[in-house]
Write a new protein. Sequence first.
Lengths: 113, 215
Amino acid sequence: MKLSLEVRTGYHCNSNKPLDDYLIPLKLTWAPGPLESPEVTYPAPQMEKYSFSPTPLSVYTGNFDLMTKFKVSASATPGQAIITGKLKYQACNDRMCLTPKTIDVSIPIDIIK
Amino acid sequence: MVQEEFCIARNRYIIKLAVRFRSIAAASVLCAALSITGCTEYSSTVRAAVKAEQERKAAPDFNLKDADGKAVKLSDYKGKVVLLNFWATWCGPCKIEIPWFMDFEQTYKDKNFAVLGVSLDEDGWDSVKPYIQQKKINYRVMIGTEQVAQMYGEVDSLPTTFMIDREGRVAAVHIGLVSKSDYIHDILDLLGAPQPDSPVNRGSLLVHPAVYRTK
């Protein structure tokens, strides 16, 4: 599954592996459901320099995609289902930061044999 | 294919979730798009000059604990000018200001002035105490609560700093990183001291030498 994200111009969010322990990483998690063993792949981060930081930061800006590979549970029942997850992120621009946010992600799917 | 769109508006920002495709087969690739959108009011910092006295409103009182576990009430600071800074250890721009605030605390603490820091770190003292120790922060820092953040207008962007006058009223608000000289201007104004660019001020003990460096 591909989750396409867009960060507003002028803002950035930390990558999944920020270089400073104090920074809050981007993290996508999936709840148990008819699809299991999710493997989330994050894109390579950008190293960007901002006026408030003496060193470049590992961030995402603009458009990027998170890919998740699932396996269909052996017990999954064919038909409509919903997979749910949470996306946590923390965004800043060069003058201020927004408090961390967690977005509920809900995707309807059809499972067929 | 089914298109759905959800918009969640929460005051100052909009999160837009657009689900573009509905999968037909479990083996096929699902695609969803999500847009993290800040509203225009976040596109620049807000510089508010010190308000006229009649326009100032009472700063909400709070009762929080500092790093030593001692209670900190804003009302205990009545009679002092207070720089109340909301910040977090994950906030880069906040970290630019902290040395300035340490400087202000050192310079003006004997002139009825105090800096209070309110951290909005989710893990509380686990992150904040090591940071205080590492940076040798010389002013009182508390862990904020959602209630306190709401009382101060749902503080959602950091740094946000309130300049509070001797009567416990909000005299100015700074959202985002502003210049050190802006803070000095506010502090001197609220202390009733001459401004750094005033001829009266030359040689005054009230103005730290840094004032001249930042002008």
